[in-house]
Structures are given as structure tokens and as C-alpha cells.
Design a protein around this ligand. Structure first.
Ligand SMILES: Cc1cc2nc3c(=O)[nH]c(=O)nc-3n(C[C@H](O)[C@H](O)[C@H](O)COP(=O)(O)OP(=O)(O)OC[C@H]3O[C@@H](n4cnc5c(N)ncnc54)[C@H](O)[C@@H]3O)c2cc1C
Length: 403
């Protein structure tokens, strides 16, 4: 056995993956007195990052942080700017004091793990879960690899918080492979010594030529430093790096910088799962494809789902019932609280993908910042009203109203 770890043969919960979702779930369950084991395959939690590191201030505070933590590098106090393909832009100011933060994810993820550990969860890095143990149609533990040796540990329930790879979740839930428009390829540079117009504002650029199916972002981490990246459909002609390099090379204020880090990662957008549970098994976060389909953010979604799942698991422990039937509560609550909204957002995303650059230029010229906020919330009815009120936009009704 792994005596240095002093691991038990059985835990109440085994969580696969020490990302924000897995750690939040372990923290909440440990606080309720459940015995949690978190297994993380990477040797260092949080590294390498696969994130532009943006999060709403409100969301971060809801995770139990004060806003003064060292992992907060910058506050986005002047909102965002969205550039149309022709360079025209719309300013999206901060409303109701809802600012955002740019984090240092390596530190943030570790802090999330510390919180879980201090609440009583056991966490181990470098433990790659290779399989689920299934007996009598129930998932009842995992097999993991540590320094080329395999070990088995049992549990009442296994949580897949594995992120986008979702190897175990795909096997247990028999998930289909994501369609090309359900998975974005992301590529990003962290660049120092660049010139930014405003280091407290996010920048977004859209256009079929520069970022097919997605957008380019600039998320400032400091006065002269930013994450500059893009997400594109996974089946485009060129790689995400190709498109990003091509774009940065047209920007003299950016290409003068020094690259501190390169990151690549996939983002599961759309492809939401109706069913995220099985007997003795539940999945959250990127593994469950719980990502905002339009902007690709998943920090809020994974930790929000973790809170729902923690409540259901605590109940399951009290009732000693980890059956799929009991865990179905999680599917129901998540769909009611988040799924239906994200599904509507996904429908809007699909409409946007049919719009040409020329039409996008027209749209940006005609919409107001309040319209964008409604679009981000999946409010199709509001979009229909906007279109019907504005004769210039009537041509978009075929995308948004007739659907
Ligand atoms: C380029 C890019 C930019 C992004 N920018 C943002 C942003 O600005 N804001 C935002 O909110 N979201 C952003 N996201 C999305 C965000 O990073 C994810 O949604 C979030 O990290 C999901 O958290 P999670 O806990 O579900 O999964 P993850 O953070 O991916 O954590 C999963 C963990 O599981 C581990 N794991 C996987 N398989 C196994 C296994 N078999 N055994 C053990 N461990 C395993 C992984 O190593 C990983 O540590 C971005 C994503 C990308 C790719």
C-alpha cells in the first residue's frame, strides 16, 4: 500500500481532479463531516494554467474569499470593449459595481485546494486515475497510478471533476465524442511589456478571419502585462496558434512584448449533458461540459455545480443511498438553476455562427451594451424585441425569431 500517504481502503467520496470544481466540492463535503479523498494527476495543482484567469468579483467573494488575496492580480473596473470585424467597437461599462478580477490561477487553484485540505479532505497530486471500479452496476472506487504502480481505493461515490479530458466520465456515462462545434481550441500567451490602452478593461475581437467561431481576448494582468488568447472551432483550417500569431503580428503594441508563458487547452462549449450521474457516480465542471457557451468561462459554473452536488451527496450519505435514482436530484437542480439558461445561450451562439462578418459589423453598430448583457443571459425574447424595434436589424430575425 501507499504507506507514506496513510491512505484508507475506503472513503465516503473520491474526487477525480483538484481543479476549482473538485476542490470546492471536497471542501463543502469535508465541512459536513464526510471523508473525502481528492486525486490529482498533475504534479502541481493549478499548473500549467489553461485559463485567461478572469472571474466576476461577486463570484469570487461567493467562494469565501475576501478580495484581498495575493492571487488577485488586477481588478477590471472599466468594463470591456468589443471590436467588430471592421474595427468598430462597443463599450460595455461596469454596471451595479459588478467589477471583475484577473487571477493568478496557479495560486488560486492551490488556495482552493488548501481550503479543502484545511476542511479535512485528503488531497494527493501525481495520482492519475486510470479507471473506475464497477461492481454490481455501481461505481464503488477507482484505480489510480502513482509512480508507475497501480492502486485501488473504494468509496461510496466517485466524483468526476476531471476537466475537459473527462476520461473516466466518458467511460462510465458512455458519453458521445463532442461535435466540432461543441469544443473550442484555445491558445494563449502571457505577454509582458506591452502597451495597453487601458489596463483595467477587457478587450474582445470577433471576426471569421481572425478567430473562426470564437473570439480573441486581452485580459490585463497588470499595467503592461496581459493574457492574450483566442478560442476557435476545433475543426478549422489552421491551428489556434496560427490564428493568434497572425493577429498579434498585426499589432505593434503587442508584438513588442516578451512571452512569459504559452498555454493551450480545449473548452467544452454547448453539448450540455442531460444526465450527469450513474449509480455511485456524478460529474461536475468542464467534465460535465458546464461552461458558458458564448464566452467559455467555467470557473463560476464548475464551483456552482460543486455546491449543488455537495448538498445532494450529503443527503445521499444521510439516506445511505448513492443510486442513480437518488443522485438524479443533482441533474434536476442543476438543469433548473443553470442548464436551461445555458441551453438558451447555446442556441444564441449557434445563431451567431451563421452571421457573416458584414452582418456582425451592422449588429455591433446597432446594439447597445444592455442588449449584449441580455444576450449573455440567453434572453432570446429580449433579442427578438430589440430586432423588431430596429428596422436595420430585421434581417437577423431569420436567425433569432423564427427559431
Ligand atoms: C484557454 C482557456 C481560457 C479560459 N479562460 C477562462 C476565464 O478567463 N474564466 C473562466 O471562468 N474560465 C475560463 N476557462 C475555463 C476554465 O479554465 C475551466 O472551465 C475551469 O478550470 C473548470 O474547472 P474544473 O474544476 O471543472 O476543471 P479543471 O480546472 O480543468 O480541473 C480538472 C483537474 O482534473 C485533473 N485530472 C484530469 N484527469 C484526471 C485523472 N484521470 N486523474 C486525476 N486527475 C485528473 C486535471 O489535471 C485538472 O487539474 C478557460 C479555458 C481555457 C482552455
Amino acid at each position: 500500500m501507499l504507506n507514506i500517504f496513510d491512505l484508507k481502503e475506503k472513503y465516503d467520496i473520491i474526487v477525480i481532479g483538484a481543479g476549482p470544481g473538485g476542490c470546492k466540492l471536497a471542501e463543502l463535503c469535508a465541512k459536513k463531516g464526510l471523508d473525502c479523498l481528492v486525486l490529482e494527476k498533475r504534479q502541481e495543482i493549478g499548473a500549467p494554467k489553461r485559463c485567461a484567469e478572469g472571474i466576476g468579483k461577486e463570484h469570487l467573494l461567493n467562494l469565501g474569499f475576501s478580495g484581498n488575496e495575493k492571487f488577485i492580480l488586477n481588478e477590471i473596473t472599466t468594463g470591456s470593449i468589443l471590436y467588430a470585424p471592421n474595427g468598430q467597437h462597443i463599450i460595455l461599462p461596469i454596471k451595479n459595481n459588478k467589477t471583475g478580477y484577473i487571477l493568478e490561477r496557479k495560486l488560486f487553484d492551490k488556495e482552493m485546494a488548501s481550503k479543502a485540505a484545511l476542511a479535512g479532505a485528503k488531497i494527493f497530486a501525481k495520482c492519475d486515475v486510470v479507471d473506475a471500479i464497477i461492481e454490481n452496476d455501481f461505481v464503488c472506487g477507482v484505480e489510480f497510478e502513482y509512480y508507475e504502480k497501480k492502486y485501488k481505493i473504494k468509496s461510496d461515490i466517485v466524483i468526476s471533476a476531471e476537466g475537459v479530458e473527462a476520461k473516466i466520465a466518458r467511460n462510465v456515462l458512455n458519453l458521445p465524442i463532442s461535435k466540432p462545434d461543441e469544443i473550442m481550441s484555445g491558445y494563449q500567451y502571457e505577454i509582458e511589456n506591452i502597451d495597453l490602452d487601458n489596463s483595467h478593461r477587457l478587450e474582445f475581437y470577433i471576426g471569421v478571419d481572425i478567430s473562426p467561431g470564437g473570439y480573441i481576448w486581452i485580459f490585463p494582468k497588470g499595467k503592461k502585462k496581459a493574457n492574450i488568447g483566442l478560442g476557435i472551432y476545433s475543426n478549422t483550417k489552421h491551428t489556434a496558434k496560427y490564428y493568434l500569431d497572425k493577429w498579434i503580428n498585426t499589432k505593434s503594441n503587442l508584438k513588442k512584448g516578451s512571452v512569459l508563458e504559452e498555454n493551450a487547452g480545449a473548452i467544452p462549449v454547448g453539448g450540455l449533458l442531460k444526465k450527469m450521474t450513474a449509480n455511485g457516480f456524478l460529474t461536475i465542471g468542464d467534465a460535465a461540459r458546464q461552461v458558458h457557451p458564448l464566452h467559455g468561462g467555467g470557473l463560476y459554473e464548475s464551483t456552482y455545480a460543486a455546491k449543488i452536488a455537495a448538498d445532494v451527496i450529503t443527503d445521499a450519505k444521510l439516506q445511505n443511498d448513492f443510486s442513480d435514482k437518488f443522485l438524479d436530484k443533482y441533474n434536476k437542480i442543476w438543469w433548473e438553476k443553470r442548464g436551461d439558461e445555458l441551453l438558451r445561450v447555446n442556441k444564441i451562439k449557434k445563431c451567431f455562427h451563421k452571421i457573416s462578418d458584414e452582418d456582425f459589423n451592422l449588429l455591433i453598430k446597432s446594439v447597445k451594451d444592455t442588449h449584449i448583457a441580455n444576450i449573455m443571459k440567453g434572453n432570446v425574447f429580449e433579442i427578438s424585441k430589440i430586432i423588431l424595434k430596429n428596422p436595420k436589424l430585421i434581417k437577423f430575425s431569420k436567425y433569432f425569431i423564427l427559431k
